[in-house]
Write a protein that binds this ligand. Structure first.
Ligand code: FES
Length: 367
């Protein structure tokens, strides 16, 4: 099982008033462990003054490297966000942060073709790595980035994106829009929602170019990602070519989300989680165990009471770190913003959102 390692904070650069890039130094003996593909993220953790462990995942923004000497992530301050407040207001250069090795399936292995991304706010972070890696390693690839931010001052990684434009003028196409401010060039202000994108994308790229794109990468808040996915479906883009990663989903988003899914269920509607105790069998790190689940507990909570090495970060159904394969029994998931339909069909669930609906369930965190 991947384990946390303390990494030294090499630098903290202010990107905007409320965002910074944090660079962590990777010692030479850990460089193989922390190799990453463009688009992946790392989980960071801290133990607060009450002894509670806080974990958050942050995407890596530099181009992919198999033996990185540094890891650079973009962090935006979230109102009331304990980890982001700590990272931006308390952490200093020379300090230490514990990090898990990179993981994540929102990735693009460089290959020839045309790719595009629609990102909002800090959703630029993994896409910056994806675009830079692709354009650097594959001379037959093109990338179109459509980004939406609140204002120019709140836009993260402006310089890095401008640098891509300078380095690859023929292969990198940038379209910017600000939701709360007019700009001299780019699109008129306003939110990028489903209707706007359905009209805008064919005008920007031509209808066949939208449909035949080799991959679409959507990243940002749930509203933007959901709207963009629906617009692409309306425009005839096959589902398998659309990849999405949600950065944040609040309770209202969760209640209204069409992205939310559920684990495999027997026919006849969604069963309720079973009352009373269920038995949870779980395999992780090659070792199995069998434990009673308390009423109302998620599978992750049951496993964590017995195995502190169970993988998780957000506990909110967003990051996908707790993904496990359901090998026996049935569960119901409260919310799901991390798993694709194909993964659910293949039997994967989010342990942090799953409750048993059969007296016995078996999970495999290694599979
Ligand atoms: S821990 Fe993030 S989805 Fe479960």
């Amino acid at each position: 099982m991947p384990v946390f390692h303390p990494l030294r904070v090499q630098s903290i650069e202010r990107l905007t008033d409320d965002a910074a890039a944090l660079t962590l130094a990777v010692p030479s003996e850990l460089r193989d462990t922390y190799g990453y593909t463009a688009g992946q993220h790392i989980a960071l953790r801290r133990v607060n003054e009450y002894g509670e462990e806080i974990r958050r995942t942050y995407s890596l923004c530099d181009p992919a490297r198999s033996r990185p000497d540094t890891l650079r992530v973009g962090i935006r301050l979230v109102e009331g966000g304990e980890f982001s407040t700590y990272a931006l207001k308390e952490l200093t250069e020379g300090g230490t942060v514990e990090a898990l090795p990179p993981t994540g399936r929102f990735v693009l292995a460089p290959r020839p073709g045309r790719f595009a991304a629609i990102v909002g706010g800090s959703g630029i972070t993994p896409v910056l790595s994806i675009a830079a890696t692709l354009l650097e390693r594959e001379s037959e690839a093109r990338f179109c980035l459509i980004r939406s931010d609140r204002t120019a001052d709140s836009t993260m990684f402006l310089e890095e994106v401008a640098d891509l434009k300078d380095r690859y003028p023929d292969r990198f196409h940038l379209v910017t829009t600000l939701s709360r401010e007019e700009q001299h060039s780019g699109l008129p202000s306003g939110r990028l929602d489903r209707d706007r994108l359905t009209a805008l994308l064919p005008a920007l790229l031509s209808p066949p170019a939208v449909r035949d794109m080799d991959g679409w990468y959507l990243c940002g808040p749930l509203g933007l990602v959901d709207g963009a996915a629906k617009a692409l479906r309306t425009l005839g883009v096959p589902r398998a070519r659309v990849h999405q990663e949600i950065f944040h989903a609040d309770e209202a988003d969760a209640a209204n989300s069409a992205v939310a899914g559920s684990a495999p269920r027997p026919s006849g509607g969604a069963p309720a989680a079973i009352a009373g105790s269920a038995t949870v069998n779980a395999t992780l790190g090659g070792r199995g165990g069998s434990w009673f689940a308390r009423e109302g507990e998620t599978l992750l909570e049951t496993v964590l009471r017995n195995r502190t090495d169970a993988p998780y970060a957000c506990k909110g159904g967003v990051c996908g770190t707790c993904r496990a394969r359901l090998v026996d029994g049935q569960v119901t998931m409260d919310r799901n913003f991390a798993l694709e339909e194909e993964e659910i069909e293949a039997g994967y669930v989010l342990a942090c959102q799953s409750h048993p609906t059969t007296p016995e369930v078996a999970l495999d965190f290694d599979g």
